[in-house]
Design a protein around this ligand. Structure first.
Ligand SMILES: Cc1ncc(COP(=O)(O)O)c(C=O)c1O
Length: 496
C-alpha cells in the first residue's frame, strides 16, 4: 500500500526556524566522503591524527538468558565482542572512528539511522510516507530543539497539569506559556482538553504544541490508553496543534500489578513472549495514529541502555525534521561520535530481534521493581481513604496521593492550605531518612493574556497532594526500607 504524504505544517515554525538559512559550509560536507573530490573546503582535522585506533566493546549476548544485570562469565559464550576500528568496518553496522569522530552527518550516522528506521517500522505503524529520524543527544536536547523549532516568546504550549519540571522550566525560561491540562490516574482527560480548546479565550494565542509524556508519565506514573490517544489526536486535528510525545519510558511497560503472590508467580512463570507478542503488547503510540504528520516523537536510550550515552532520536515528518537538522548543524552538530559508534555496533550486533530480547528482559526487571515498591506500600502504609497509590503499569515512578485536609493540624497549623501540609511532610520525611519529591515541584503553571476562563483552570481535588518516588534507583532492600520510613512517617503525621 502506498502511503500518502504528510501535511505541510511548517506554518508552526518559530520565527527563528523560518529565518534560519542553511549553514553554507554544511551544504558541501557530504562531498568530504566522495573519493573523487579533493576536499579543501572545511576545517576538518585529518583522521590520521585521531589518537584512537580501535576499541573492543563487549556486551552480553541475546537472548540474555540469565536476565539483565546478571554477572557475565567472559569464559563462556555469553558475550559479543565487537571491534571498532578507525578505518574499516568489521561488521556492517560499525561506524569507523575516522567518520564517527569527524565533523558531518548532523542527522546522525547512517548505520545508526538505518537501524532506527527499521526499529520504527517494527514498533510503529507509520501512516504517511515522508517520515524520518534525526539523532539527538537525548530527550532533553530533543525538547530544547523542539522549543526552538516551533516556539517564539509569548507562544502557548499545553502540558499535563503535572509534568516533567525540567521541560516546563526550559519552556518558561524562553518566555513560552505553559498551560495545564487536567489529568487523572490515566493521564490527560481528552474531554477536558477539548473543552478547554473549545472555550479558548478570543484574542489569546492558540496553543502550538501539546507536550505529553504518554507512558509512565513523569511525575505521576500514569499511562495514556490507546483510546485516549486517538481522542486526543482528533482534538489536535480539530484545533490544529502539534503533539510532542516524550517517550523515554515507552519500553518500560510492565504488567498490571497483581497483589496475590501465587497469582503473580504464575504470571511470571509464563514463557517469555515472542517478539511478535511483545510488540503487540505495547501501547499504541501517537506516531501510529498520526495521519497528518503532526506528531513529533522523542525517544531516548537513557532509560533502556544508559543515560550517559546521551543519545536519542526524533521521529516525524521530513518537512518538520529538516528544521531540527538545520538547528543541530548550528548547535550540537551531532551526538558524540563515540556514542554513535558504540551504540550502532551494539544494536547491529544484537540485531533488531536481539534488541527486542533486551527490552523484554528489561521489562521483567521493572515488573519486579514495581512489585517490590507496591508490596512495601501495601505492607507499611495504613489502609485509609487518606492515601491512594495507583500501581503504575510503566516507567519508574509511583506516587502516594494524600488528602491533605485529613491532617489533624490542617485548619490550625496549616491554615487549611494543602501546600503547607505538603512542605511540612516533605521536610518531615527527609528528617526520617527518605527522599520522595513533592508534587508541587511538577505543577504546570501559566495562563494566556487575555486569560482563559476560570472553568478551564479548575482543580477538582485541591486538597489532594502527592509525593513522587522511584523504584528504579535502589536495591529492593533499600526500596523496602525507604518505603517503610515513608509509611511510618505518614501514619504518625495523620495519627493512624
Ligand atoms: C519525561 C522526561 N523527558 C526527558 C528526560 C530526559 O531524558 P534524556 O536523558 O534522554 O535527556 C527525562 C529524564 O528523566 C524525563 O523523565
Amino acid at each position: 500500500m502506498t502511503l500518502p504524504e504528510s501535511k505541510d505544517l511548517t506554518h508552526f515554525f518559530s520565527e527563528e526556524a523560518k529565518a534560519r538559512k542553511p549553514s553554507p559550509l554544511k551544504t558541501c560536507i557530504h562531498l568530504f566522503q566522495d573519493p573523487n573530490i579533493i576536499f579543501l573546503g572545511g576545517g576538518l582535522p585529518l583522521s590520521d591524527y585521531f589518537p584512537w585506533d580501535n576499541m573492543v566493546v563487549n556486551t552480553p549476548k541475546p537472548p540474555f538468558a540469565k536476565g539483565i544485570g546478571a554477572p557475565i562469565n567472559p569464559k563462556t559464550n555469553e558475550l559479543i565482542t565487537a571491534q571498532l576500528k578507525k578505518n574499516e568496518k568489521v561488521h556492517g553496522g560499525d561506524v569507523p572512528f575516522a567518520r564517527a569522530l569527524q565533523y558531518g552527518f548532523s542527522q546522525g550516522q547512517p548505520e545508526l539511522m538505518d537501524y532506527l528506521r527499521d526499529h520504527t517500522n517494527i514498533i510503529h505503524k507509520m501512516q504517511y510516507s515522508d517520515w524520518d529520524v534525526v539523532a539527538t543527544t537525548g530527550n532533553t536536547n530533543a525538547w530544547e530543539s523542539t522549543l526552538r523549532v516551533f516556539c517564539d516568546k509569548g507562544d502557548v504550549i499545553l502540558a499535563e497539569a503535572h509534568s516533567f519540571s525540567s521541560c516546563l522550566a526550559a519552556a518558561q525560561a524562553q518566555g513560552i506559556i505553559t498551560f495545564p491540562i487536567p489529568i487523572d490516574e490515566h493521564g490527560i482527560i481528552p474531554e477536558k482538553l477539548e473543552q478547554i480548546l473549545d472555550n479558548w479565550t478570543e484574542g489569546a494565542p492558540k496553543p502550538k504544541l501539546l507536550y505529553t509524556i504518554p507512558t509512565g508519565q513523569n511525575p505521576t506514573g500514569s499511562s495514556l490508553s490507546d483510546d485516549r490517544k486517538e481522542k486526543i489526536y482528533k482534538v489536535a486535528q480539530k484545533h490544529d496543534f502539534i503533539i510532542i510525545e516524550d517517550e523515554p519510558y515507552y519500553f518500560l511497560q510492565i504488567d498490571e500489578y497483581v497483589k496475590d503472590k501465587d497469582e503473580r508467580n504464575k504470571l511470571y512463570s509464563r514463557p517469555t513472549p515472542t517478539h511478535d507478542e511483545f510488540v503487540k503488547s505495547l501501547a499504541k503510540t501517537f506516531l501510529s495514529v498520526d495521519t497528518d504528520g503532526r506528531v513529533v516523537r522523542m525517544d531516548s536510550f537513557s532509560k533502556v541502555l544508559a543515560p550517559g550515552t546521551r543519545l536519542g532520536w526524533i521521529t516525524g515528518s521530513k518537512k518538520l525534521l529538516s528544521a531540527y537538522v538545520a538547528l543541530h548543524e548550528m548547535t550540537i552538530q551531532a551526538p558524540a561520535g563515540f556514542t554513535q559508534s558504540i551504540v550502532s555496533t551494539t544494536l547491529h550486533n544484537w540485531g533488531q530481534s536481539g534488541y527486542l530480547d533486551w527490552l523484554i528482559k528489561l521489562r521483567h526487571e521493572y515488573n519486579l521493581k514495581r512489585d517490590c515498591a507496591i508490596d512495601a506500600l501495601n505492607k507499611y502504609l495504613p489502609e485509609s481513604p487518606i492515601f491512594t497509590v495507583n500501581p503504575p503499569i510503566a516507567g519508574m515512578f509511583f506516587t502516594v496521593n494524600i488528602d491533605a485536609s485529613a491532617h489533624p493540624d490542617f485548619a490550625t497549623k496549616f491554615d487549611s492550605d494543602p501546600a503547607k501540609v505538603e512542605q511540612h511532610i516533605y521536610e518531615t520525611v527527609v528528617k526520617h531518612g527518605v527522599l520522595v519529591v513533592p508534587g508541587v515541584w511538577f505543577v504546570t503553571e501559566g495562563d494566556t493574556t487575555p486569560a482563559q476562563p476560570a472553568s478551564s483552570k479548575q482543580n477538582p481535588n485541591p486538597n489532594i497532594i502527592f509525593f513522587r518516588g522511584t523504584y528504579a534507583a535502589v536495591s529492593p532492600e533499600k526500596l523496602e526500607e525507604g518505603l517503610k520510613r515513608l509509611s511510618e512517617t505518614l501514619a504518625s503525621e495523620f495519627g493512624l
